[in-house]
Design a protein around this ligand. Sequence first.
Ligand code: SF4
Ligand code: SF4
Length: 322
Amino acid sequence: MAGSRTADAGAATSRAGASTPGLVFDIKRFAVHDGPGVRTTVFLKGCPLSCAWCHNPESIDRKPQLFYRPDRCIECLECVKVCPTGAQSVSDENRRVYFREICDISELCVDVCYSGALELAGKRMSVDEVMEAVLQDADFYNESGGGMTISGGEPLLQAEFTIDLLRASTEAGVHTSVDTCGQLQWSTLKRAVPYTSMFLYDLKGMDSENHKTNIGVPNDRIVDNLRLLSETGAPIEIRMVIVPGVNDSDQQIDDTAELLGGLQNIVGVRLLAYHSMAGSKYVALGLDNTMPKVEAPAKEQLVAIGERLEAAGLNVHLPAKM
Ligand code: SF4
Ligand code: SF4
């Protein structure tokens, strides 16, 4: 396991600085739900799953993408002037139009769009660049027991970058967490173990057929990898997004309790309430909005699910706001 030495901003330069850059779509400072303490969460692009309720749809594609939010466009036409492909154009009615299919994500338009209508999702960053951002908040990590979390997407789809970043963070004395979906080769997941202080492990549901319908794959590999990970002694926090009518049946919750209750090193189960607020992101990316048309789970339902899991000896964390 990675140690929890005192974070040292002076140790920012990593040995891994020259490694392959990572494709990062967000760096969130002062995160308080992505592992212990105050954290910086680094979000990497690319995911092997396609959850219908993904609240970060920009995380799925392994390439950079452009958000376009027409409601923020002030029709200044600066993007049209700089676009080399004609993707940003003016229509016959003298209105600004965007042709996503011929956009090569050169980013030139984003640089001149001051209204925020255009936004890039996915930026190449080196380990040193990310560590510079992470170490800005070293004092907060030391005070709160926090650190850095690498999330996604599935961060270990960019395995070399993720391992190098974990190693650099460990060498700088920063606590590390990896938020994984578990749908990857065990040999890849295993590589992260020596540099990860705590894993955050996403469980989407225990009904494999239902899982295949809503996530795109059965859950066998995810469950197998969770068992293998628990055998390494790595501390694991389970994360479950509760989607009413999809993965919240008594049978699925009881199967979850049976699985987790029989594993070692499960330090907690964090229940997250589904919400459909990310729907506008799908539209801004030019994607079909796949988010289930259901309400967020009621507080009483989350409490009841929590009690079922606690009965198996699990330490359950309910959402802060319900
Ligand atoms: S630069 Fe931005 S605000 Fe101006 S026309 Fe283009 S998208 Fe709209
Ligand atoms: S990203 Fe590049 S190609 Fe795409 S619309 Fe903007 S300027 Fe044009």
